[in-house]
Write a protein that binds this ligand. Structure first.
Ligand SMILES: Nc1ncnc2c1ncn2[C@@H]1O[C@H](COP(=O)(O)OP(=O)(O)OP(=O)(O)O)[C@@H](O)[C@H]1O
Ligand SMILES: Nc1ncnc2c1ncn2[C@@H]1O[C@H](COP(=O)(O)OP(=O)(O)OP(=O)(O)O)[C@@H](O)[C@H]1O
Ligand SMILES: [Mg+2]
Ligand SMILES: [Mg+2]
Lengths: 256, 256
């Protein structure tokens, strides 16, 4: 049974890419076959896994707009069981091109349907907006994982995001649900972080993952080496937190 | 003479809103009449200046889509010489609605033209994307200020952003130029920050502002009180850096 999770939050810089990439790496390390799907034109998930977006002949753009079968676009990474549907610069124009296509919100779901049984997990990294690329990610997904940065401004957009998720569930994808909210970049030295965590836990109760990802400079260094934290610095606080998150997710999925 | 600056970078969470709001506050404190324009559906600039996005009857959505004259939409803030063209949730649907409108890229420029002489500075905060709202901001602006977070992933998107700026200059707004790149969230404890600064200075030379904004928790606390840093904690490292940035910008503008 394949589980497809979208990582979505229109607030920028909250840890969508970092979570998709590192969760993917830990899931693969525990024997799960994983596909990371990058539908962000910035292609940060692609470069975080060591691939150069400008050297790719095919990308998620081709799977979405030119109906190229996914198995021709997917590339391996250096890590066993971890594959990638890469992004590339042409994706920047995709949203405007998609507006007039038939069933434009279903393009990604259809593209992934031909390969999804090969994987235990498909993790979709989306851009910081609620446009057609993110709507495609939400329509293709079973569940949404929402990274929430432990900052005040990150709280402001949650209502908007949940409204969009409900709209997609009611009109495009009835199985979509919120798999959980993951608190990220927690800075124990500040009162602000614990206030934001308390606020989110008050509102969303048990839909907030117990694991909290701390702010850890090693996490932001890893992408410059094209490696997940598991490979770059497995003993860092960021690595241990994503490992714990992976265990929490696997345990919760097993109980469903 | 009115100077219109857009704050743009499709990478999320790099300090676009924080820079537009705090530069605006220091410019106003030095006697310049300032309008902050919020064309991000997240409305973070609006809430950072103490206004509640859900209580507003008119917003930038109305100025763009319903041609409501700007002087009916602009609201005062608590600070003298600092006014706001607020954002509100309807703006989230604007990009799709704009696709089929005539001269869709010029909507903001036209809206602002009726009020611009009243201000010395107009600062436009844009969303983390290169869609129609950001293109409108770039078409309305004289110059672009690019906040660049001192992180590896923030480097990746600069080439794409500069390509888009050139496209807008060549097709929509011939006066558009890069006013400068502002390094933000510099963390002196890490090697990564100084490496990123060195890399950006190597590529962009004197287009990089000399002022570097440090990572300062007080900057991320201020929005929860609806205040710029000038009002919240004027002696903090973040406040002093934005004050210095304001001086550097004024001095540079005076010499042009
Ligand atoms: N826990 C963490 N500690 C420190 N730095 C982090 C952490 N998580 C992410 N980062 C860094 O913060 C920045 C933002 O994270 P990331 O790019 O994953 O967010 P995002 O939500 O995907 O951004 P965007 O909205 O642009 O897609 C990156 O430079 C990343 O390396
Ligand atoms: N120099 C700084 N030091 C510490 N925190 C900062 C600094 N600048 C901004 N922040 C905080 O970092 C987060 C991201 O900043 P901000 O929201 O201004 O970025 P943005 O580019 O406008 O984001 P978006 O892409 O979502 O519009 C916010 O929570 C903000 O309060
Ligand atoms: Mg990302
Ligand atoms: Mg912003």
């Amino acid at each position: 049974m394949t589980r497809i999770y979208a990582f979505a939050n229109q607030k920028g810089g909250v840890g969508k890419t970092t979570t998709a990439v590192n969760l993917g790496a830990y899931l693969a390390a525990s024997g799960q076959r994983v596909l990371v799907v990058d539908v962000d034109p910035q292609a940060n998930a692609t470069s975080s896994l060591g691939l150069a977006k400008n050297n790719l002949s095919l990308s998620s753009y081709d799977a979405l707009i030119n109906q190229v079968p996914c198995d021709q676009v997917v590339v391996p990474t250096k890590w066993q069981y971890l594959e990638l549907l890469p992004s590339a610069p042409p994706l920047a124009g995709a949203e405007v091109e998609m507006v007039s296509l038939l069933a434009r919100e279903h393009l990604l779901r259809k593209a992934l349907s031909s390969i999804s049984e090969r994987y235990h997990y498909i993790l979709i990294d989306s851009p910081p907006s609620l446009g057609l690329l993110t709507v495609n990610a939400l329509t293709a997904a079973d569940g949404v994982i929402i990274p929430v940065q432990c900052e005040y401004l990150a709280l402001e957009g949650l209502a908007e995001l949940l409204r969009t998720i409900m709209l997609v569930r009611d009109n495009l994808n009835p199985r979509l649900y919120v798999r959980g909210l993951l608190m990220t970049m927690y800075d124990g030295r500040t009162r602000l972080s614990s206030q934001v965590v308390a606020e989110v836990q008050r509102h969303f109760k048990d839909r907030v993952f117990r694991t909290i990802i701390p702010r850890s400079i090693r996490l932001s260094e890893a992408p410059s080496y094209g490696e997940p934290i598991l490979a770059y610095d497995p003993d860092s606080s960021g690595a241990l937190a994503y490992q714990a998150f992976c265990q929490e997710l696997l345990k919760g999925d097993a109980e469903m």
